[in-house]
Design a protein around this ligand. Structure first.
Ligand code: ADP
Ligand code: MG
Length: 349
């Protein structure tokens, strides 16, 4: 049996978010809340990388935490292989946490500085595979290090401070793999690493996707890296998915004015990490305490009409596997439909 077969059919939806919403109450006025995420749908498939791209504050980490059950949604739900996930404690919750693992931005913060690689990984193996002992445990430890392309004899007795950022992130990934997960939620896993080693970590994650059939959520502010790495891109703006589709066409023919802005502000889409996200883009993201009515992008959108300022556009299909939430593509918008000027994606007839 191949390793992929263990995870089931490639392309099968493993983890999904259906209309997930997270509002953080401010503790002040009763109704006041930070509208971090509003009605997001996502489907993570076995053997695929799905990217969630957006600038800082757009709600990316909150989506990851909702999927990891670190937060409970204000509305909507998370489905593991089609089953509603409700457990928050006990055996069912532990099983969920084993199947859905997170990788964080800062591998130094996520590794305990007083523990060696051996201690960290052995502990995780024991937690998740409690039967492992002696030579079997040692073999599993070596296999984990090899899987993240670290030579066991060279790294197993090192402390985090003796490792480079990239090596630390590999150990953090190995620790997640000790649980034998079906899903990896990688929250900006390369953004704190030197540009020169970023590609190595992305290649490693790709290898895990291909060889183990793991479903990967890749969170980034860098649409260029998403294009390089992801099978599907979802663009998040102020807690809403505004566009999704395959990486190639979303970056080559961005449909939403915000995606167009993101792509334009990436100086060289071939160059990983060359963009700082949309920080060079015109305008500022809105306050999530009081998000704009209608399309949340309208205050920054050169094409905005009254319709955009008052009614929220839903995601509509604009071709194979592509959706966009913009009135410019909605046929029922009538005469009020904004003129998207140089938008390059045709509205289907
Ligand atoms: P990103 O990861 O895209 O930078 P986050 O998901 O971290 O965005 O944050 C989205 C919004 O939610 C931000 O406005 C942030 O300040 C707010 N937020 C995130 N976590 C909390 C929290 N625990 N309590 C209150 N507000 C939060
Ligand atoms: Mg974040």
């Amino acid at each position: 049996m191949t390793e992929t077969a263990v995870r089931g059919q490639a392309g099968e939806v493993v983890l999904a978010a259906a209309g997930v919403t997270k509002h953080f109450p401010t503790g002040g006025r009763r109704s006041a809340a930070v509208h971090a995420v509003d009605g997001v749908d996502l489907a993570l498939r076995a053997g695929q990388v799905v990217a969630l791209v957006g600038e800082s504050g757009s709600g990316k980490s909150t989506v990851a935490r909702l999927l990891a059950r670190l937060y409970l949604p204000t509305d909507g739900e998370v489905l593991l292989r089609g089953q509603r996930v409700t457990a928050r404690r006990g055996g069912a919750f532990r099983a969920y946490c084993r199947r859905v693992q997170m990788i964080f931005q800062d591998p130094f913060a996520s590794l305990n500085p007083v523990h060696t690689v051996r201690y960290t990984l052995t502990r995780s193996l024991r937690i998740h595979q409690s039967g492992l002992r002696g030579a079997e445990l040692e073999a599993a430890l070596r296999a984990l290090l090899q899987r993240v392309q670290l030579q066991p004899e060279r790294y197993v007795d090192k402390f985090p401070h003796e490792l480079s950022g990239g090596q630390r992130q590999r150990v953090a990934i190995a620790r997640a793999l000790a649980a034998d997960p079906e899903v990896l939620l990688a929250d900006e896993p390369i953004s704190m690493l030197d540009v020169s080693i970023r590609i190595g970590i992305l290649n490693l994650l790709q290898d895990l996707r291909d060889r183990l059939g793991i479903a990967i959520l890749y969170i980034t502010h860098d649409i260029a890296s998403a294009r390089y790495f992801a099978d599907e891109i979802n663009v998040l703006y102020a807690g809403h998915v505004v566009e999704s589709g395959d990486g190639e066409s979303v970056t080559q023919q961005p449909a939403h004015p915000y995606t167009q802005l993101l792509v334009r502000s990436a100086p060289d889409p071939e160059q990983l990490g060359s963009t700082t996200g949309a920080t060079g883009a015109r305008g500022e993201p809105p306050s999530m305490l009081n998000p704009p009515a209608g399309c949340r992008f309208h205050p920054r959108c050169p094409f905005a009409t009254d319709l955009c300022r008052t009614r929220k556009p839903e995601l509509v299909a604009i071709g194979a596997g592509r959706t966009v939430a913009c009135w410019g593509y909605a046929r029922d918008a009538g005469g009020d439909r904004p003129d998207l000027g140089d938008a390059r994606v045709a509205v289907p007839a």
